[in-house]
Design a protein around this ligand. Structure first.
Ligand SMILES: [Zn+2]
Length: 219
């Protein structure tokens, strides 16, 4: 048998594992979490992002955590969760470089610890073109899902892993963003799965035409 057959098999294993994992996740999680009246777009690629509920967890100086940390590799794109106007593009001691968007419906989103490093370094010396996307400035309008910035570890995230500290504010008050993020994450994962399914179907066809019997053990 020609050795090329191992190639589609390896690919189909990876794809089917990814789909199985995503399906298991979708089944294990409750129906889409309730999110009041504000539906958001997940601000990262869901495949490279991990997060847990950490609202109220204690932080240095007696503070408590007022958001959700979206853990992702440095320079992962950050997207606007909804349409709005950029109100903050600034640097702060604790927040590091951060962006805020006013969604004009009583809701605001904050994105902190954005990138300040040159790629492949932890130098903290990158200019703002490596922090926020072109055109992102105070007073500018953005749309849901628009690229606004990149993940980093600026401010007091310097000793920790890169992440976006994400906050939601409603009528000027921080609220726990976890359920909103969770619902948006599930939707984003579903769209990843639906993009994968045609590729799986193609591979099944490819395997069929390569003469492999479907009952042949893969291992
Ligand atoms: Zn945080």
């Amino acid at each position: 048998m020609p050795p090329r057959q191992s190639y589609p098999l390896a690919r189909i294993r990876i794809l089917t594992s990814a789909v199985a994992l995503a399906m298991a996740f979708a089944i294990a999680s409750p129906a889409h979490a309730s999110t009041d009246d504000f539906e958001i777009v997940f601000p990262h690629d869901p495949v490279v992002t991990n997060f847990t509920s950490s609202w109220g967890d204690s932080r240095s100086g007696g503070r408590s955590h007022r958001g959700t940390d979206l853990m992702a590799p440095k320079l992962t794109p950050v997207y606007a969760i909804a349409d709005g106007i950029v109100t903050v593009v600034r640097d702060g001691d604790r927040s590091g470089r951060w962006v805020a968007i006013d969604h004009e419906n009583g809701w605001e989103s904050w994105y902190m610890h954005l990138n300040n490093d040159h790629p492949g370094t932890d130098d903290g010396k990158a200019d703002w073109s490596l922090t926020v996307a072109s055109g992102i400035a105070e007073g500018e309008r953005v749309v849901a899902g628009e690229l606004i910035a990149w993940v980093g570890d600026s401010g007091n995230a310097e000793p920790s892993s890169p992440h976006t500290h994400f906050e939601l504010h409603r009528n000027g008050k921080a609220v726990d963003p976890y359920l909103h993020l969770r619902a948006a994450y599930e939707l984003a994962l579903e769209s990843v799965i639906s993009e994968l399914l045609p590729a799986v179907a193609d591979l099944v066809t490819e395997l069929g035409s390569s003469g492999l019997r479907p009952d042949r053990p893969l291992g």
